[in-house]
Design a protein around this ligand. Structure first.
Ligand SMILES: *Cc1c(COP(=O)(O)O)cnc(C)c1O
Length: 483
């Protein structure tokens, strides 16, 4: 026995390395604080994109110790300086996120305290906080208090939870799958199609709906297709619309679609991952009319609320449908069920143990209040308008006036290789790196996209973008021998 205790004491001494002293903690935190301060201070002047690849050997794990100083050096050189600088206001590609500082503080608190937020028995506070945030969102989107929801890692899982509920509500399984029909826009985010495959609905019939000039679903086409399918003996069960598409930021006619769904008893899901929080702005509020008709909704705080990556959310009206797939009990969980805290997050999601995500949204909302978030979204809307105005003056062609903050444009090359020119222009933009833009195809044309959603995107960023575009446009024109 004495021998055993002696050995334990030896191991205890050595494993203490995992619990730095207060002095060491202050030193470590000081180093990280200095690094992050320099990082944030450097953002306005730093490039937003570097095509350079990371050196894999820099990440080698050989089991030996590395100082924090060295770790930060590797981080700075191999992580923070390569690819898209997502924390920069110059990230204007895809759908930018954010990375507000106060959310990082919440993540720090969450990690140090390590609250177990999957089950209310384990952390009634963490779960109550998650419920309160979901209730706040239910209020925003006109969902009843009886709806259930979940804070997810992002929009992909949020959409998947919603589509699983739709599947279970309509009992889409076995031989029924091949006769069941899903209606969606060709502009729908691909994660919804991925989710359908993951949840065993690869073989459902998918109907792509007609879009209008602004890339929005034409509701009359939905009606017609449903009627046609019913006549042919198929079983329509689900419509997926977008409140803010990735390509053009379009909001589908939610009210009309919702009414069609109600009339035909179809599940109505809205992917509002990107656009949802624009409902906070006076300017956009009315575009979301009908959103409360949805059976389920996905919206990403790591987009429209400028949080660092890692927070999506889903709301679903039909509680039973969600619990069908996600609620589970097991012997080793028997102490953890007390049923007093509302749904445990684990009953509404494929996840059991999860990061304490609520805090990274709750803390910033408390510290700042809601107003700066609203104002920042309004600023993004105006910056998009400013960009469109200016880029038109420069001679670029533009897509239609967007609902939100994604717009597309291209340099016109009459009687020439227009796509080739714009492809080359985008390559130059990526090589330059001043700001980051991405591209897409709209009606067969290669176009460049600008997405304004970083809280750090300012008037100066847009001016810098315009200056870069005209400079690189001239360069490509000279190289391709025209103008
Ligand atoms: C970003 C996005 C998604 C995917 O969400 P993740 O958070 O990246 O998983 C889904 N739909 C839309 C409209 C999006 O913009």
């Amino acid at each position: 026995m004495d021998d055993l205790i002696t050995r334990i004491r030896v191991l205890e001494k050595e494993s203490e390395a995992l619990e730095p002293s207060e002095e060491q903690r202050n030193d470590l935190l000081g180093q990280v604080r200095e690094y992050t301060n320099n990082f944030i201070n450097s953002l306005p002047s730093a490039e937003s994109y570097s095509a350079e690849k990371a050196k894999k050997e820099a990440f080698l794990i050989d089991g030996k110790k590395m100082s924090l100083e060295k770790v930060l050096e590797v981080f700075s050189e191999e992580v923070a300086s390569k690819g898209i600088r997502a924390a920069s206001g110059g990230h204007l590609g895809y759908i930018p996120g954010g990375g507000i500082y106060t959310s990082a503080l919440a993540d720090y608190l969450a990690a140090v305290t390590n609250e177990y937020s999957g089950i209310s028995f384990a952390s009634p506070g963490a779960v109550a906080m998650e419920h309160e945030l979901l209730n706040w969102m239910k209020g925003l989107f006109g969902f009843p208090e009886s709806a259930v929801g979940n804070l997810t890692s992002g929009g992909s899982i949020a959409n998947m939870i919603a589509l699983t509920a739709a599947r279970d509500r309509h009992g889409i399984k076995g031989a029924k799958i091949e006769k069941s029909v899903v209606y969606l826009s060709p502009q729908l985010h691909h994660c919804n199609l991925k989710a359908l495959r993951i949840i065993g609905l690869e073989d459902v019939i998918i109907r792509h709906l007609e879009l209008d000039e602004e890339s929005k679903i034409i509701a009359a086409d939905l009606s017609e297709k449903i009627n046609e399918d019913k006549r042919s003996g198929y079983e329509p069960f689900l419509v997926i619309a977008s409140a803010g598409t990735t390509d053009t930021g379009a909001i589908d006619p939610l009210k009309e679609i919702g009414e069609i769904c109600q009339k035909n008893e179809l599940w109505f899901h809205i992917d509002a991952a990107y656009g949802g929080f624009f409902i906070l702005t006076e300017e956009c509020k009315q575009l979301f009319g009908g959103i409360s008709l949805a059976d389920s909704l996905a919206v990403d705080p790591h987009k429209g609320l400028f949080l660092p990556y890692g927070l999506g959310s889903v709301l679903v009206k039909n509680r039973e449908a969600v619990l069908h797939s996600h609620h589970y009990t097991a012997n080793y969980m028997q102490d953890a069920i007390d049923g007093t805290g509302g749904e445990d997050p684990a009953d509404v999601s494929p996840e059991l143990t999860k990061h304490f995500r609520a805090l990274r949204l709750w803390l910033p909302l408390q510290l700042h209040g809601i107003e700066p978030f609203k104002i920042c979204l309004e600023e993004k809307l105006l910056l998009t308008r400013y960009f469109r105005h200016k880029i038109k003056e420069l001679g670029f062609e533009l897509g239609p006036e967007p609902d939100l903050t994604v717009t597309y444009f291209w340099w016109p090359v009459p009687d020439g290789d227009e796509d080739g020119f714009n492809r080359r222009l985008l390559k130059e933009i990526h090589k330059d790196g001043t700001v980051f833009l991405s591209s897409t195809n709209i009606k067969g044309r290669f176009v460049i996209r600008l997405a304004v959603l970083s809280f750090r995107t300012k008037l100066e960023t847009i001016d810098k973008t315009l200056e870069m575009l005209i400079r690189l446009k001239n360069k490509v024109a000279a190289e391709m021998n025209f103008e």
